[in-house]
Design a protein around this ligand. Structure first.
Ligand SMILES: *Cc1c(COP(=O)(O)O)cnc(C)c1O
Length: 305
């Protein structure tokens, strides 16, 4: 919410581009085709968001750079920012294809539009430097949450000094809140990041564990002749009950939702608790042992038989 306000203030433009199926919190501008929470309940857009607000949010297709370029063409010098989950995790896990992020970077630079990476899920999860490090693409503003709170509620955003100085109290774009910089949440987040810094091998371990889970699930799903797609980036992984590639919101919606429900409840009855929506990525935790992963694969085999 604040990053978008800053981008609009800095560029003196109103419109933003978000991607269908991308989730960026519950602020009005983003509750348009916003992925997991709303989609699970079949609500495409939230009531209570005014037409006036909605009209400044332009929807693009993830992994489709030509679509993004055509929106820029139709809105010349009007787009303040493109906000994107670099690896979307709210329509399943969707890997960026064909250098999509680098291409977005180029289009934004050419149009003096800010590129905002919403790394609330990917930040400090895919790598110490998040998706920016993994894909070697620099955004103008980056949003964080989840991991950086160490379990407490936190949101943060960052950017170059020039852009951030446009924010109050140095600049004219207002941002403040009773709980901004809340000491308890800052302490929890600081400890979390310190623990990660002290053990950077965690990213390799998580990658290996998740690859192991992927391999195990693929083999039992194939054996059980299930039509499926598994997407994975690092320790983010999702199972879709559709044999076609899942590359954006449209293709994520094609999955068999009833089958996913049966899968979810079947796993739960077998002691495995996955994210309760086919639109949510799974995140692995380093606390999971290989025995846990073997048991998960066994449960997947049992419930899909
Ligand atoms: C969870 C999430 C948010 C919102 O974070 P809140 O703390 O709920 O505001 C924003 N972006 C992404 C990608 C998320 O997954």
């Amino acid at each position: 919410m604040s990053a978008i306000r800053l981008a609009r203030g800095y560029t003196k433009r109103d419109k933003i581009i978000k991607f269908s199926g991308g989730y960026h919190g519950h602020s009005d501008s983003f509750l348009i085709a916003a992925g997991s929470g709303l989609s699970t309940f079949g609500v495409p857009n939230s009531p209570g968001v005014t037409q006036g607000t909605a009209k400044d949010t332009l929807l693009a297709k993830f992994n489709d750079i030509e679509n993004v370029k055509s929106i820029f063409e139709a809105n010349k010098n009007e787009i303040a920012a493109v906000i994107v989950e670099p690896v979307p995790g709210n329509m399943g896990c969707i890997p960026p294809l064909n250098n999509f992020l680098a291409q977005l970077r180029e289009v934004c630079t050419n149009n003096n539009t800010l590129l905002i990476f919403d790394e609330v899920m990917t930040g400090f999860r895919l790598a110490k430097g998040g998706a920016q490090e993994l894909y070697n693409v620099k955004a103008d503003l980056v949003c964080f949450g989840k991991v950086i709170g160490g379990g407490l509620p936190v949101g943060a955003f960052a950017g170059s000094e020039e852009i951030m100085n446009y924010l109050a109290p140095l600049g004219p774009v207002y941002q403040a809140g009773t709980l901004s910089g809340n000491p308890l949440a800052m302490a929890a987040g600081y400890e979390m990041l310190k623990a990660l810094n002290a053990d950077l091998d965690i990213y390799k371990r998580l990658e290996e564990k998740t690859a192991y889970l992927e391999k195990g699930m693929r083999s039992v799903l194939e054996k059980n002749k299930v039509e499926f797609t598994i997407n994975r980036v690092g320790s983010m992984i999702s199972v879709h009950f559709d044999k076609n590639p899942v590359v954006d919101f449209e293709t994520a919606k094609n999955g068999d939702n009833q089958k996913f429900k049966d899968f979810f409840h079947g796993l739960l009855n077998n002691g495995v608790y996955i994210a309760p929506s086919s639109y949510e990525t799974w995140f692995l935790t380093d606390a999971l042992t290989y025995e846990d992963l073997d048991n998960t694969v066994k449960a997947v085999e049992k419930v899909t038989k």
